[in-house]
Design a binder for this molecule. Sequence first.
Ligand code: IPE
Ligand code: IPE
Ligand code: MG
Length: 250
Amino acid sequence: MPNKTNINTNTLPNHVAIIMDGNGRWAKQQSKIRVFGHKVGVTAVRDTVEGAAEIGLKYLTLYAFSSENWARPKSEINALMELLVNTITKETETLMNNNIRLTAIGNLDDLPKKCLNNLNVAIEKTSQNNKMTLVLALSYSSKKEIVQAIQQIAEKVKDGNLNIDDINEESVRNHLYTHNIPDPELLIRTSGELRISNFLMWQIAYSELYFTKILWPDFRRENLYEALIDFQSRERRFGKTSEQIEKENA
Ligand code: IPE
Ligand code: IPE
Ligand code: MG
Protein backbone atom coordinates (compact mmCIF):
# COMPACT_ATOMS: atom_id res chain seq x y z
CA MET A 1 0.00 0.00 0.00
CA PRO A 2 1.32 3.47 -0.78
CA ASN A 3 2.45 5.39 2.20
CA LYS A 4 2.05 9.09 2.66
CA THR A 5 5.76 9.35 3.53
CA ASN A 6 6.43 8.67 -0.18
CA ILE A 7 4.66 11.90 -1.06
CA ASN A 8 6.63 15.10 -1.49
CA THR A 9 4.47 17.62 0.34
CA ASN A 10 6.33 20.49 -1.38
CA THR A 11 5.00 19.53 -4.81
CA LEU A 12 1.44 18.57 -3.97
CA PRO A 13 -1.29 19.59 -6.35
CA ASN A 14 -3.38 22.44 -4.94
CA HIS A 15 -6.58 20.92 -6.17
CA VAL A 16 -7.62 17.33 -6.84
CA ALA A 17 -10.99 16.52 -8.42
CA ILE A 18 -12.56 13.07 -8.23
CA ILE A 19 -15.28 11.42 -10.31
CA MET A 20 -16.63 9.01 -7.69
CA ASP A 21 -17.91 6.17 -9.84
CA GLY A 22 -18.85 2.54 -9.40
CA ASN A 23 -21.28 2.48 -6.46
CA GLY A 24 -23.91 0.56 -8.41
CA ARG A 25 -21.48 -2.09 -9.66
CA TRP A 26 -20.03 -2.48 -6.16
CA ALA A 27 -23.52 -3.14 -4.77
CA LYS A 28 -24.26 -5.59 -7.57
CA GLN A 29 -21.10 -7.53 -6.70
CA GLN A 30 -22.52 -7.93 -3.18
CA SER A 31 -25.95 -8.88 -4.55
CA LYS A 32 -27.37 -5.70 -3.04
CA ILE A 33 -29.45 -2.90 -4.53
CA ARG A 34 -27.63 0.10 -6.03
CA VAL A 35 -28.58 2.41 -3.16
CA PHE A 36 -26.54 0.22 -0.79
CA GLY A 37 -23.47 1.10 -2.86
CA HIS A 38 -24.22 4.82 -2.50
CA LYS A 39 -24.56 4.42 1.28
CA VAL A 40 -21.24 2.61 1.62
CA GLY A 41 -19.75 5.22 -0.71
CA VAL A 42 -20.16 7.77 2.11
CA THR A 43 -17.42 5.96 4.09
CA ALA A 44 -15.10 6.38 1.11
CA VAL A 45 -15.99 10.08 0.95
CA ARG A 46 -15.22 10.59 4.65
CA ASP A 47 -11.88 8.79 4.51
CA THR A 48 -10.81 10.52 1.29
CA VAL A 49 -11.78 13.97 2.57
CA GLU A 50 -9.93 13.47 5.86
CA GLY A 51 -6.93 11.99 4.05
CA ALA A 52 -6.83 14.90 1.61
CA ALA A 53 -6.87 17.46 4.42
CA GLU A 54 -4.30 15.48 6.38
CA ILE A 55 -1.79 15.40 3.52
CA GLY A 56 -2.29 19.12 2.91
CA LEU A 57 -4.41 19.49 -0.23
CA LYS A 58 -6.03 22.90 -0.42
CA TYR A 59 -9.01 21.96 -2.61
CA LEU A 60 -10.82 18.69 -3.15
CA THR A 61 -13.75 18.53 -5.58
CA LEU A 62 -16.07 15.54 -5.54
CA TYR A 63 -18.48 14.83 -8.39
CA ALA A 64 -21.48 13.60 -6.43
CA PHE A 65 -24.39 14.06 -8.85
CA SER A 66 -24.47 15.11 -12.49
CA SER A 67 -27.24 16.89 -14.38
CA GLU A 68 -27.51 13.69 -16.42
CA ASN A 69 -28.10 11.67 -13.23
CA TRP A 70 -31.60 13.21 -13.01
CA ALA A 71 -32.48 10.69 -15.75
CA ARG A 72 -32.02 7.77 -13.34
CA PRO A 73 -35.01 5.93 -11.87
CA LYS A 74 -37.01 8.13 -9.48
CA SER A 75 -36.45 5.73 -6.59
CA GLU A 76 -32.66 5.96 -6.95
CA ILE A 77 -32.77 9.77 -7.22
CA ASN A 78 -34.94 10.02 -4.10
CA ALA A 79 -32.60 7.74 -2.16
CA LEU A 80 -29.57 9.72 -3.32
CA MET A 81 -31.13 13.05 -2.31
CA GLU A 82 -32.15 11.61 1.07
CA LEU A 83 -28.61 10.34 1.56
CA LEU A 84 -27.22 13.72 0.60
CA VAL A 85 -29.45 15.56 3.09
CA ASN A 86 -28.51 13.21 5.94
CA THR A 87 -24.83 12.99 5.09
CA ILE A 88 -24.30 16.74 4.78
CA THR A 89 -25.84 17.29 8.20
CA LYS A 90 -24.11 14.36 9.89
CA GLU A 91 -20.72 15.09 8.40
CA THR A 92 -20.66 18.79 9.24
CA GLU A 93 -18.98 17.78 12.48
CA THR A 94 -16.25 15.90 10.56
CA LEU A 95 -15.70 19.06 8.51
CA MET A 96 -15.52 21.24 11.64
CA ASN A 97 -13.12 18.82 13.36
CA ASN A 98 -10.82 18.89 10.33
CA ASN A 99 -11.09 22.66 9.71
CA ILE A 100 -12.61 22.06 6.25
CA ARG A 101 -14.76 24.62 4.44
CA LEU A 102 -17.63 23.25 2.34
CA THR A 103 -18.80 24.77 -0.91
CA ALA A 104 -20.81 23.52 -3.89
CA ILE A 105 -20.93 23.94 -7.66
CA GLY A 106 -23.66 23.02 -10.12
CA ASN A 107 -27.22 23.99 -10.80
CA LEU A 108 -28.07 23.93 -7.10
CA ASP A 109 -31.59 25.27 -7.66
CA ASP A 110 -32.47 21.85 -9.13
CA LEU A 111 -31.97 20.24 -5.72
CA PRO A 112 -34.95 19.51 -3.46
CA LYS A 113 -35.56 22.35 -0.98
CA LYS A 114 -34.52 20.33 2.07
CA CYS A 115 -31.29 19.31 0.41
CA LEU A 116 -30.43 22.87 -0.57
CA ASN A 117 -31.29 24.16 2.90
CA ASN A 118 -29.06 21.63 4.65
CA LEU A 119 -26.32 22.32 2.16
CA ASN A 120 -26.52 26.07 2.79
CA VAL A 121 -26.48 25.54 6.56
CA ALA A 122 -23.32 23.41 6.29
CA ILE A 123 -21.69 25.90 3.89
CA GLU A 124 -22.44 28.76 6.29
CA LYS A 125 -21.32 26.84 9.38
CA THR A 126 -17.97 25.84 7.84
CA SER A 127 -17.32 29.14 6.05
CA GLN A 128 -14.53 30.25 8.41
CA ASN A 129 -12.58 26.96 8.18
CA ASN A 130 -9.34 27.30 6.26
CA LYS A 131 -7.35 24.07 6.13
CA MET A 132 -9.00 22.76 2.97
CA THR A 133 -11.99 23.57 0.77
CA LEU A 134 -14.26 20.68 -0.12
CA VAL A 135 -16.23 21.38 -3.30
CA LEU A 136 -19.29 19.21 -3.95
CA ALA A 137 -20.41 19.07 -7.58
CA LEU A 138 -24.18 18.63 -7.41
CA SER A 139 -26.55 18.66 -10.35
CA TYR A 140 -23.43 19.64 -12.22
CA SER A 141 -22.93 19.84 -15.98
CA SER A 142 -19.84 21.36 -17.49
CA LYS A 143 -21.67 22.26 -20.71
CA LYS A 144 -24.44 24.01 -18.76
CA GLU A 145 -21.80 25.85 -16.72
CA ILE A 146 -20.18 27.14 -19.91
CA VAL A 147 -23.57 28.07 -21.43
CA GLN A 148 -24.55 30.13 -18.38
CA ALA A 149 -21.15 31.85 -18.47
CA ILE A 150 -21.76 32.78 -22.13
CA GLN A 151 -25.23 34.09 -21.24
CA GLN A 152 -23.84 36.28 -18.44
CA ILE A 153 -21.08 37.62 -20.67
CA ALA A 154 -23.53 38.31 -23.53
CA GLU A 155 -25.79 40.18 -21.09
CA LYS A 156 -22.87 42.40 -20.05
CA VAL A 157 -21.98 43.13 -23.67
CA LYS A 158 -25.62 43.92 -24.47
CA ASP A 159 -25.84 46.33 -21.53
CA GLY A 160 -22.63 48.04 -22.62
CA ASN A 161 -20.69 46.90 -19.55
CA LEU A 162 -18.18 44.78 -21.45
CA ASN A 163 -16.41 45.15 -24.78
CA ILE A 164 -16.25 42.11 -27.04
CA ASP A 165 -12.49 42.67 -27.31
CA ASP A 166 -12.21 42.29 -23.54
CA ILE A 167 -13.64 38.76 -23.58
CA ASN A 168 -10.69 36.50 -22.87
CA GLU A 169 -9.79 33.36 -20.91
CA GLU A 170 -9.77 35.35 -17.70
CA SER A 171 -13.25 36.80 -18.18
CA VAL A 172 -14.71 33.43 -19.19
CA ARG A 173 -13.12 31.87 -16.11
CA ASN A 174 -14.64 34.61 -13.96
CA HIS A 175 -18.13 33.54 -15.02
CA LEU A 176 -17.75 29.85 -14.21
CA TYR A 177 -19.06 28.34 -10.94
CA THR A 178 -15.39 27.79 -10.09
CA HIS A 179 -14.33 31.44 -10.51
CA ASN A 180 -12.77 31.49 -7.04
CA ILE A 181 -11.26 27.99 -7.16
CA PRO A 182 -7.96 27.15 -8.91
CA ASP A 183 -8.10 24.58 -11.72
CA PRO A 184 -7.42 21.00 -10.59
CA GLU A 185 -3.93 19.77 -11.39
CA LEU A 186 -5.13 16.18 -10.99
CA LEU A 187 -8.39 14.47 -11.94
CA ILE A 188 -9.11 10.98 -10.63
CA ARG A 189 -11.88 8.68 -11.85
CA THR A 190 -12.69 5.40 -10.13
CA SER A 191 -14.38 2.26 -11.49
CA GLY A 192 -12.33 1.85 -14.66
CA GLU A 193 -14.46 4.07 -16.91
CA LEU A 194 -12.28 6.12 -19.21
CA ARG A 195 -14.39 9.23 -19.72
CA ILE A 196 -15.04 12.69 -18.31
CA SER A 197 -18.87 12.55 -18.17
CA ASN A 198 -19.38 16.30 -18.55
CA PHE A 199 -17.18 17.24 -15.58
CA LEU A 200 -15.11 20.46 -15.35
CA MET A 201 -14.24 20.49 -19.05
CA TRP A 202 -12.84 24.02 -19.08
CA GLN A 203 -11.02 23.56 -15.78
CA ILE A 204 -9.26 20.28 -16.65
CA ALA A 205 -7.76 21.61 -19.90
CA TYR A 206 -4.27 20.85 -18.54
CA SER A 207 -5.01 18.49 -15.64
CA GLU A 208 -3.23 15.18 -15.25
CA LEU A 209 -5.73 12.32 -15.55
CA TYR A 210 -5.61 9.26 -13.32
CA PHE A 211 -7.91 6.30 -13.77
CA THR A 212 -8.24 3.45 -11.29
CA LYS A 213 -10.34 0.28 -11.49
CA ILE A 214 -11.23 0.52 -7.79
CA LEU A 215 -14.96 0.99 -7.30
CA TRP A 216 -15.79 4.10 -5.27
CA PRO A 217 -17.04 2.34 -2.07
CA ASP A 218 -13.61 0.65 -1.80
CA PHE A 219 -11.62 3.87 -2.30
CA ARG A 220 -9.59 5.05 0.72
CA ARG A 221 -7.01 7.75 1.43
CA GLU A 222 -4.23 5.29 0.48
CA ASN A 223 -5.68 5.20 -3.02
CA LEU A 224 -5.61 8.99 -3.11
CA TYR A 225 -1.98 8.90 -1.98
CA GLU A 226 -1.23 6.37 -4.73
CA ALA A 227 -2.64 8.82 -7.27
CA LEU A 228 -0.60 11.67 -5.77
CA ILE A 229 2.60 9.63 -6.02
CA ASP A 230 1.79 8.85 -9.65
CA PHE A 231 1.09 12.56 -10.27
CA GLN A 232 4.45 13.50 -8.77
CA SER A 233 6.26 11.12 -11.12
CA ARG A 234 4.94 12.95 -14.19
CA GLU A 235 6.58 15.76 -16.10
CA ARG A 236 4.09 18.55 -16.78
CA ARG A 237 5.37 20.34 -19.85
CA PHE A 238 2.54 22.74 -20.80
CA GLY A 239 3.65 22.63 -24.43
CA LYS A 240 7.33 23.20 -23.74
CA THR A 241 10.13 20.70 -24.30
CA SER A 242 11.49 18.37 -21.66
CA GLU A 243 14.85 20.17 -21.86
CA GLN A 244 13.22 23.51 -21.11
CA ILE A 245 11.42 22.08 -18.08
CA GLU A 246 14.63 20.51 -16.77
CA LYS A 247 16.43 23.84 -17.09
CA GLU A 248 13.63 25.66 -15.28
CA ASN A 249 13.73 23.16 -12.43
CA ALA A 250 17.54 23.14 -12.16
C1 IPE B 1 -21.42 6.87 -8.84
O1 IPE B 1 -21.74 5.53 -8.91
C2 IPE B 1 -22.42 7.67 -8.04
C3 IPE B 1 -23.30 8.53 -8.83
C4 IPE B 1 -23.23 8.72 -10.11
C5 IPE B 1 -24.36 9.22 -8.11
P1 IPE B 1 -22.78 4.96 -9.95
O2 IPE B 1 -24.14 5.04 -9.35
O3 IPE B 1 -22.65 5.63 -11.26
O4 IPE B 1 -22.33 3.44 -10.06
P2 IPE B 1 -22.16 2.58 -11.38
O5 IPE B 1 -21.31 3.37 -12.32
O6 IPE B 1 -23.52 2.34 -11.92
O7 IPE B 1 -21.49 1.33 -10.92
C1 IPE C 1 -20.52 10.52 -13.41
O1 IPE C 1 -20.82 9.18 -13.21
C2 IPE C 1 -21.25 11.36 -12.41
C3 IPE C 1 -20.84 11.15 -11.03
C4 IPE C 1 -19.87 10.42 -10.59
C5 IPE C 1 -21.63 11.88 -10.07
P1 IPE C 1 -21.93 8.43 -14.07
O2 IPE C 1 -21.91 7.02 -13.64
O3 IPE C 1 -23.22 9.14 -13.99
O4 IPE C 1 -21.35 8.62 -15.54
P2 IPE C 1 -21.58 7.78 -16.86
O5 IPE C 1 -23.05 7.73 -17.09
O6 IPE C 1 -21.00 6.42 -16.64
O7 IPE C 1 -20.84 8.53 -17.92
MG1 MG D 1 -21.46 5.30 -12.86
